[in-house]
Design a protein around this ligand. Structure first.
Ligand SMILES: [Ca+2]
Ligand SMILES: [Ca+2]
Length: 553
């Protein structure tokens, strides 16, 4: 706790020093409309008098910046003091933001298309269940949020990680439609290490080596800053999709941050190395307690993860300074989140994702922008499927009929939609669609293979699993599941017939699976809702999500 406070404090001090040095308020005016005068006036006194005239109001449409981390969990977001002060502190924190599937490629496909994984059909990182190849084969890149925003007049750019499995094997310089500028690795998985990688930069391959200035996060941030300045000069509204690899394995920090957090240890939450797992499904209850070596590995990973985040945090400040200098800060929405969460010893899992627990699925979304009140929290149930429709509404883009999610614009102002009039249920998913047997066949075998395939560096869970005998490996594989998250409960049905029910308000660490002794009416209601959500499309998703529950007290 002390170290968190210290980090936050240092962040605030640096932030205010910096604000003083550049002689203008970086804090902006919370909730100011683009036409509000004071901020525009203060900006026009700065050196950029040529661009000051091209202010928000004249340009019409607001800019949209999306900053996406990779595998960052909600707890670790505390270690980004600049993000906390410059985005959350100047905007909203969505406390109930979820991803339906805690895995890179499915989450990113859902984000780009506004659809649950069972509708994008991108269900894993690699073919045949998923990967970029599947997204491409299904033609989904021809209609995603980049295409919609570009059609609405936006100058669009992607820097960093796209979908796992990009580039295509037989067309490795392919750039998906909708992107005016493109900076993504043209050489498979090498960008995860942050050094010695090659980018496809708008059709030209550029290699980055092993020098400090080649560090991936810094490079992507630099591309975004350059793009923002050029778009601003051109007088075009812009959409930036900045997807850093941090803090994904192998968790490489920038050299300047490699000595930070020397004492940090993974949070010893009540479910860390859970003592009694007899309530859990087999893939957890068959796990032995963590060994000393595994605990050390988790702590080392945790330190490196926190270190690797610091360049992202600095990048956020640089981008905000760039917007400020261009007079665009008050006309720009900035969204920050992660593609999925991560477990570090929770429920005896080592390091990884996919399982339907809070550490994996329950994230935070931070948003600042025109009219967004500062420093507030919104508790409505929202998720990655809502991002594309939100950006489409902000940008005045036409939304295709296939979208499952909903715009968050009604939640971005001073009077958000009341919880009772909002979504009551969110779908949780992992595995083939439809499931071969959804809670119908207790003997069905878990079929999850190696979900990370070769399309991203393996997490410790996969690495250790590889060395185990096949029979043990099978016991520890996460069976396919469908589930539902409500405001207060999490309910999951596995392909094996196992079920889990948690009261998240009473048991936020999911220590006591209540399924065995639960009210049969409640279980039946939740089970019926899962079946509706698992098969829903567009309007039928929203109907299934919005229906009130009778048996949740
Ligand atoms: Ca990820
Ligand atoms: Ca337990």
């Amino acid at each position: 706790m002390k170290s968190i406070l210290r980090t936050v404090f240092i962040g605030f001090v640096l932030f205010f020093l910096m604000a003083c040095l550049i002689g203008k308020s970086v804090t902006g005016i919370p909730g100011a409309s683009p036409s509000n005068a004071p901020e525009a006036t203060s900006v026009s006194t700065a050196a950029n008098t040529t661009t000051a005239g091209t202010t928000a109001a004249a340009r019409g449409k607001p800019n949209i910046i999306f900053i996406l981390t990779d595998d960052l969990n909600a707890d670790e977001m505390q270690y980004m003091p600049k993000m906390q002060s410059l985005i959350a502190g100047q905007g909203l924190t969505f406390s109930n933001y979820f991803v339906p599937e805690s895995l890179c490629c499915p989450s990113r496909a859902s984000t780009l298309r506004g659809q649950y994984p069972h509708n994008t059909q991108v269900l894993s990182n690699d073919p045949p269940l998923g990967g970029f190849q599947k997204f491409y084969d299904l033609g989904e890149d021809k209609s995603d949020v980049a295409v919609w925003l570009q059609a609405a007049g936006y100058h669009t750019m992607l820097a960093g990680k796209y979908l796992n499995g990009y580039p295509l094997k037989d067309n490795h310089m392919y750039i998906p439609p909708g992107w005016n500028e493109w900076y993504s690795a043209s050489s498979g998985t090498d960008a995860y290490s942050e050094f010695n990688y090659t980018l496809n930069e708008n059709g030209k391959e550029v290699h980055y080596g092993d020098q400090p200035q080649d560090y991936g996060t810094d490079v992507y941030v630099g591309k975004a800053m350059d793009f923002i300045q050029r778009s601003d000069k051109a007088g075009q509204p812009f959409f930036v999709y900045l997807a850093v690899y941090a803090p994904h394995a192998p968790y490489t920090p920038a050299p300047r941050h490699a000595d930070l957090f020397p004492e940090a240890k993974a949070p010893q939450t009540p479910n860390y190395n859970e003592a009694d797992v007899s309530d859990k499904p087999g893939y957890i209850s068959n796990r032995p307690l963590l060994t000393r070596k595994q605990k050390d590995n988790i702590d080392t990973a945790y330190r490196k993860r926190l270190q690797s985040l610091q360049a992202v945090d600095e990048g956020i400040e640089k981008i905000i300074n760039t917007l400020q200098a261009d007079g665009q800060l008050d006309n720009t929405y900035i969204f920050f989140t992660s593609d999925n969460g991560y477990h570090l010893g929770n429920h005896r899992q080592i390091l990884g994702k996919i399982a339907p627990y809070e550490e994996e699925l329950h994230l935070r979304l931070m948003v600042r922008g025109p009219g967004v009140p500062a420093g507030k929290t919104v508790d409505n149930l929202v998720g990655n499927v809502d991002l594309a429709p939100t950006w489409a509404e902000i940008g005045g883009a036409k939304l295709p009929d296939f979208v499952d999610g909903r715009s968050l614009v009604p939640l971005l102002g001073d009077t958000p939609t009341p919880l009772a009039q909002w979504r009551q249920a969110f779908s949780l998913e992992w595995g083939s669609n439809p499931l071969p047997a959804l809670a119908a066949n207790a003997t069905a075998e878990p079929t999850s293979e190696d979900p990370n395939g070769e399309l991203e560096p393996h997490d410790q869970d996969q690495q250790e699993s590889k060395a185990l005998p096949a029979s043990v490996k099978k016991k520890l594989a996460i069976p396919f599941f469908r589930g539902v998250r409500t405001q207060t409960m999490s309910y999951v049905e596995y392909q094996t017939g196992e079920v889990e029910l948690y009261d998240i308000q009473k048991d936020p660490y999911q220590l006591n699976n209540l399924a065995a002794g639960a009210d049969p009416s409640l279980l039946a209601e939740l089970s019926a809702r899962i079946k509706e959500l698992a098969l829903c499309k567009a309007d039928t998703c929203r109907t299934a999500e919005d229906a009130a529950f009778k048996f949740i007290k």
